[in-house]
Design a protein around this ligand. Sequence first.
Ligand SMILES: [Zn+2]
Length: 366
Amino acid sequence: MLQLGQLKSKLIDYMGVIRLSGYESRMACKFRDDLSACVDEVKIDKLGNVIGTIKGTDPEAPNVMVFAHMDVIGFVISCIEPDGFLRFDRVGGISEKIVQGKAVMVGSETGEYYPGMIAAKSYHGQTPEDKSKMDSFSSLFVDIGAASAQEVNDLGIYVGCPITFAPYHVELLNDRIAGAYLDDATGLTNLLQIASILTREKPQCTVHLVGTVMEEFNARGAMMAARSVNTDMAICLLSPGAGDTPDQKSVNNIVLGGGPGVTMFNFHGKGTLNGNIVHQGMYQLLRKTAEQQGIPLQRCAARGALSDTAYLQLENDGIPCLDMGTPDRYSHSPMEICDLKDLEMVGQLVAAFLSSVDRDFNLNRY
Ligand SMILES: [Zn+2]
């Protein structure tokens, strides 16, 4: 079983792996190797999902999939200027407000990564209007130090190549970690933690621990994994946003250090008209398990967000789904924050939940 210090080093390890949506192979290989030590079998499917399986002791018990996404938000090169600057578009939800002056890594077609930065107009060259206006992505560019498009191409960098925020982390007060890629390095760390617990004491249900691809791109990578393992129910490990900062007060009651967050309701809107309303049977078992374990549970209801469960719940004959995870601050920025104590409790709670799922669990909504 992984202790807090081991969880911290594994989280930091996963925060250091570059992995834009669609380019998750580095993370997939690392995660497969980590999982292989404590699952019965592990494979990477055609889409790139890593699937580790722990066989349950009762073949009549439900088949459960627990997953976290391996990819991160970032950018794709849309145009290379003759003087070597890179124009780009975003992959995933990123605001123009937070990108200028940030360090990035630019990938080549052969898989090498080169450091660069998203340029910010020199302060001394800005007009008074410039200082308060937001620049659109189409006006921004990445500088890797190249002097020509030819020099860029000579590195194997072309239109379509990936760009991500440069991996970075710092350790803050009170067991808190800040950095890029917390979304969803926390969930992946929990999957490993859960595997290390369940491998010592096998659950009745068969458990598939899955690192998924392309959540930030189109939130559907988990669907293929669910089809291939033919799961009966699913838990998505994804951080609910914390509401304990000056800008988020009254948005929700989630606080860092307050324990795992469970999403009772999410709805993205914005054209997708999609989200998830928690399966009551799964939620009630989670609540009861948390009480038995002495783990506090924080409830979240969020507009403007969704996860793979929005689509997963429509797979097979309707998969019961639940979203939960380690609360985080400043989501989809280059520096998010989580609390390691929450992280530890998420894995402990999910492992205890899985140990409680038996053949009598009611998969129906009511
Ligand atoms: Zn995300």
